[in-house]
Ligand binder design. Structure first.
Ligand SMILES: [Zn+2]
Length: 407
């Protein structure tokens, strides 16, 4: 039975599916007094001004004059972890350096320890409420990475937790294997790297536990030539690649990721003119993570310059305990306007079609015929409230594949 959503005060959407770059990120289609018809298969079969609707109405849902926008896509989260980083947070607020926190057994190593001690069921029950909060903030598709396991069996357990949640959730979840940190001892790096390229990636691909492999490329993490070996192994196993790059230092991660056709390069806080030009000349998405800028107080990624150079820019929460405890995808868009210099329209495009492109998905992110009927009704009658509101969710109702989630 087709479904008709009527009384949409204002519909705002990117005008087409697929990535939008540069000035095209500012173009939205706006329809006042709109209606949307959903097919039985959860896709959009018609939309336009309700005055132009001529079909028969089966089931009708009155949207009460609300603004409607596409469901948001969060293309970078680390929702699966155990433990917390509240001691670190308090210490950092008192001026203790990250290096001292790490030396005292805190920082990421404490998350790795707690995650290793957690069972599969623990990891699932810890992640579920985090995902629910992202959905409340408008996310209808969420990427979730492993990466706090480090040891291969804990990485696999983390991915199993993500896939178990995915199989039962209404929200679409996309799992990613993150190769996060090398062993602390330099002499153990080559052995660990070989385990990743020759065993872990093959297992993950065989068991279909992830769609992509991500690598943290940084002076204190993996170096570009090691990342290249991981990317080659992922490619040979049929997995897509992406990377955390230029968070603190630009050490060649952007060029390495682009050379391997990465879906996205994420972070970019330390990117300069050369990296911006490389990304703009590529099909790789630049994913901004403004929650990190807010939480760690580091410089913001050059979102404005990336768009002006013609890049495809996306925004994500990077939800994780250490550097971005940001539980709202909508709030990430609102921060990208304040911290990365995006306009509200650019933020909406960054959080919809461009974020979908960062996950290799081109069937969502725009409200057009043939797209998935993933959409949000906002509390306010003006779509710009999605990029404006701080501290409370402007999202009133969430529809995934044409079905309203209970609020
Ligand atoms: Zn991350």
């Amino acid at each position: 039975m087709p479904l008709l959503l009527t009384n949409i005060g204002q519909l705002a959407t990117p005008p087409a599916l697929g990535p939008r770059r540069g000035s095209a990120m500012r173009e939205l289609q706006l329809i006042e007094g709109a209606a949307i018809e959903g097919s039985g298969a959860g896709m959009i079969s018609w939309l336009g001004p309700f005055s132009e609707w001529t079909g028969e109405i089966g089931e009708e849902i009155d949207m009460g004059g609300a603004a409607v926008i596409p469901g948001l896509v969060d293309p970078h989260t680390h929702c699966v972890w155990a433990g917390d980083r509240l001691v670190d947070f308090e210490a950092r607020a008192a001026g203790v350096s990250y290096e001292r926190i790490l030396a005292a057994g805190g920082g990421i190593r404490s998350t790795v320890r707690a995650t290793a001690e957690a069972t599969l069921l623990d990891l699932i029950s810890l992640a579920r409420p985090r995902i629910a909060r992202l959905v409340e903030g408008g996310a209808t598709t969420i990427e979730i990475k492993s990466g706090y396991g480090i040891e291969p069996e804990v990485e696999l357990r983390s991915l199993e937790a993500i896939c178990t949640i995915r199989d039962k959730a209404k929200v679409r979840i996309v799992p990613t294997l993150l190769i996060h940190l090398p062993p602390a001892a330099a002499e153990e790096r080559p052995t660990y790297l070989r385990m990743v390229t020759d065993e872990l990636i093959l297992k993950v691909a065989e068991q279909k536990l992830a769609a992509a492999v991500d690598v943290f490329i940084e002076r204190e993490a993996w170096h570009p030539e090691e990342a290249a070996a991981i990317f080659r192994a992922a490619d040979a196993a049929g997995l897509k690649v992406k990377a955390h790059v230029d968070q603190f230092h630009a050490i060649g991660g952007v060029a390495t990721a682009i050379a391997h056709n990465a879906l996205s390069v994420d972070h970019l806080e330390a990117s300069g003119a050369a990296e911006i030009a490389e990304i703009a000349a590529s099909g790789t998405v630049a994913t901004l993570l403004p929650g990190v800028t807010l939480h760690l107080g580091i410089g913001a990624a050059p979102g404005r310059a990336l768009i002006d150079a013609g890049a495809v820019v996306a925004v994500a929460t990077d939800l994780n305990p250490g550097s971005s405890p940001l539980y709202s995808t909508q709030h990430a868009l609102a921060l990208a306007v304040r911290l990365n210099g995006l306009s509200p329209a650019e933020a909406l495009v960054a959080g919809t079609v461009n974020a979908a492109t960062a996950l290799g998905l081109e069937d969502r992110g725009a409200l057009v015929v043939g797209a998935r009927a993933d959409l949000l009704a906002l509390e306010e009658p003006d779509w710009r409230s999605v990029a404006y509101t701080l501290g409370a969710s402007p999202v009133a109702r969430v529809f995934i594949a044409g079905e309203e989630l209970a609020s």
